[in-house]
Design a protein around this ligand. Sequence first.
Ligand code: NAP
Length: 272
Amino acid sequence: VARFESDHDAIQMGLSGAGERLVRVDLRDPEAFTRALQVAQPDVVIHLAAHKDPDYCEEHPGDAEALNVGPVRTLCEILPATTRIVLASTDYVFDGIAPPYKEESVRHPLSVYGKTKAAAEDLLHRRARTTVVRFPVLVGAGPTLEKSGFIWQIVGPLRTGLEVTLDDVLQRRPVWIEDVARAIRFLVDREADGVFHLSGPSGGTRYGWTVGIGGHLGLPTGHIRPSREIVARRAERPRDSHLDTSKIEAMGFGPFTPFTTVVDEVLAGFGV
Ligand SMILES: NC(=O)c1ccc[n+]([C@@H]2O[C@H](COP(=O)([O-])OP(=O)(O)OC[C@H]3O[C@@H](n4cnc5c(N)ncnc54)[C@H](OP(=O)(O)O)[C@@H]3O)[C@@H](O)[C@H]2O)c1
């Protein structure tokens, strides 16, 4: 909303959030969502809501389908062809076996989460005036440092000093939420149709990132150990789902912010 409110009449729809510009609606309820869309009459919809935890989706496939696919079906049915729909999608539509992935690379999701996001993409591919942005793990500041998702997962073990064994197999390219918001605004302004990949500029394993950020911050890392075995989880993760970002960069977007800079910005924001 912040990227659009200065020059658009921007509103937010959600279930439990707060704020002056929030319309409270359960997107899984097609009738309620339809009514909210009919009142709002948007020119552009940026559709973000999803169950994003792959393990939750694996255990609750019906729920995952209801939130990750159902509302996109409603959007396609209700909105006129003049409305642009922007869908937030994921690198998990790929299996991670043959990176890097271009926008037109063949999708092969390994998990229920990836499959529901691919199904949502498919609904939109039949429609004009649609933009799909795929991106990997999002990073940014949460309400507290301890609630700052991936950043705390990296910085937490460095700050506590407790011995920990971290995955050294799965490659991750964290992307700053500010870069994603900037890219969405960039694509909407250009009325860009199609699929676009966004990503942090470099990759690493959770172990590699933690040791690297430890070095960057001047913190000891001797207590961090690598694990060469993939930890078994409910949902299978892609090994390396590196997204090629050359398409949006060729349009003049960039650069994507290095993860070390993102960590510096987030820590500075918390006065650390
Ligand atoms: N997080 C990542 O690392 C990541 C990576 C790749 C792609 N993505 C994609 O990016 C998108 C956003 O992810 P995120 O991490 O920002 O998600 P998030 O923090 O979980 O936010 C999801 C939003 O969906 C809303 N929502 C959830 N259930 C709803 C419902 N039944 N009805 C109405 N609104 C509902 C929530 O609104 P309230 O707060 O008001 O309840 C919240 O604002 C998702 O589509 C996800 O698949 C995320």
